[in-house]
Design a protein. Structure first.
Length: 423
RNA sequence: GUGGUCGUAGUGUAGUGGUUAGCACAAGAACCUGUGGAGUUCUUAGCGGGAGUUCAAAUCUCCUCGACCACCCCA
């Protein structure tokens, strides 16, 4: 056991995982580019207050999941637990209000939440997300959903389910809340301990409690969709029409409320439909947050966005792509025998670099057999052998590893020769 | 924050109170600075940490750290 280990819930990412990260990033970049989204990277740290105001004091994230600390200078900072508040802060700080609307931004990076780790849940995790600020039109909601759907499809997901709901806005939600609370109060005895607490702090969340008895209560509760104001109702109806036009497989979930305070109107989640249900949890979560920009000190600015958990995506696509990614290794091994050939080989390697041909070497080894052993392990189809005799003659040996056939060629022509073979 | 399972070389594992803690793979070296896949020989490297019980602890007890899983929450 190593003396020092990664902190709880954090891990080293090695090539084996990183290659999936890079693949996902590339898919995001291409799709972002197509739909006209600009990349943004906000700092890993923000002032704690930003999340208290933005994410919301009543949320689990702010109440018990933030990595917060005080700097030497006395500032209260927090490792970002989610992306939206930082992006809205940047939107305001960088004067993006004066850009043509909508302002479309995307991100890809690390986030931190202090939680007990488990499958698909880490204390440092990564997400990519898309945000569209400045436009109230329902088509924006539909396009955001479509973008996530397209990315996941491109990455090979087949059984995606989009769940969505509308949780109203500042006009209708307070009324609905009242109705809901008075109903829930009447059924208080049948709720779990947590929900009794939620009744005071965040009654909407009782709707998606996983406890059997609470679900029974929730299923009989007044449906939120019946209590939307005209504007919210119309908005939601339009979103659904767009989704249908786009042929996106959505289903309504009247109990989907999500845990962040800033959401209004449309909320959605995307997950893969597995036999066991939602598997490692939500892949994508998001929604409209028309009040957030104002809450953080800007003008009334409608916005909509979402984020996707990269680790969860990687965990799911990894088994799917087993064996699919092999032929990326080096194709050529350059072996040398003796001091003079070693010097010449070192120089020849540079020629290959300029010709953009990957070549493996083992200059630290002297014996030819150990070099060829390595070449064999690397599964290169060809090895080049440069010895004393060849250097003096200005030649080099090309050995075909599978057959053991060799031919000696002029060293000046070897690059061209190899290019032909491995092209 | 709550509960469950589990920590033995780099990896995977054997080991039920007394073993020089074993095996496989991996890694390194030699046979072998002029030809690989194999073989042989050798080497490196381990009981997560700390207390306790005992003549004796990888093994029993407690604490702690970590991992995994579930709840919770969410990406």
């Amino acid at each position: 056991m190593a003396k020092f280990q990664t902190p709880t819930g954090m891990r080293d990412l090695l090539e084996g995982d990183l290659k999936y990260f890079q693949k996902i990033e590339k898919v995001c970049r291409d799709i972002a580019d197509f739909y006209g989204f600009q990349r943004i990277e906000t700092p890993i740290l923000e002032t704690t207050q930003l999340f208290e105001k933005g994410t919301g004091l009543t949320t689990d994230i702010v109440q018990r999941q933030m990595f917060s600390f005080r700097t030497r200078g006395g500032d209260q900072l927090t490792l970002k637990p989610e992306g939206t508040p930082g992006i809205v802060r940047a939107y305001l700080q960088q004067g993006m209000q004066s850009l043509p609307k909508p302002v479309k931004l995307w991100h890809f990076g690390p986030f931190f939440r202090y939680e007990r780790p488990q499958a698909g849940r880490y204390r440092q995790f990564h997400s990519f997300g898309f945000e569209s600020l400045g436009v109230i039109a329902p088509v924006v909601d539909a396009q955001i959903i479509q973008i996530f759907y397209n990315i996941l499809k491109t990455l090979g997901f087949r059984n995606l389910i989009i769940e969505l709901n509308s949780i109203g806005d500042h006009q209708c939600r307070p009324y609905f809340k009242k109705t809901l609370v008075s109903y829930l109060r009447s059924r208080r005895a049948s709720l779990c301990v947590d929900c009794k607490r939620r009744l005071r702090e965040n009654p909407l969340r009782i709707l998606d409690c996983k406890q059997e008895k609470c679900q029974r209560v929730a299923r009989a509760s007044p449906p939120i969709l019946d209590h939307l104001c005209k504007e919210c109702h119309e908005h939601f109806k339009n979103v659904l029409e767009f989704l249908e036009e786009l042929e996106l497989p959505y289903s309504l979930n009247p109990y989907l409320v999500r845990g962040l305070d800033y959401y209004t109107k449309t909320v959605f989640e995307i997950f893969e439909d597995t036999k066991e249900g939602k598997g490692q949890g939500t892949l994508v979560g998001g929604g409209r947050y028309d009040g957030l920009v104002r809450m953080l000190g800007g003008k009334e600015t409608p916005a909509c966005g979402g984020a996707c958990g990269i680790e969860r995506v990687v965990n799911l696509i990894k088994p799917k792509s087993q064996g699919a990614s092999k032929a990326t290794g080096t194709r050529i091994f350059l072996a040398q025998i003796g001091q003079l050939p070693k010097r010449k080989a070192l120089k020849l390697l540079e020629e290959f670099r300029k010709a953009k041909i990957k070549v493996a070497t083992a200059f630290e080894k002297d014996s030819l057999s150990s070099q060829l052993k390595l070449a064999d392990r690397l599964k290169v189809p060809y090895s080049l052998i440069l010895g004393q005799k060849e250097v003096l003659d200005g030649k080099i040996i090309i050995r075909e590893m599978a057959t053991g056939k060799q031919k000696t060629v002029n060293v000046k022509k070897v690059i061209r020769e190899i290019k032909k073979k491995v092209a």
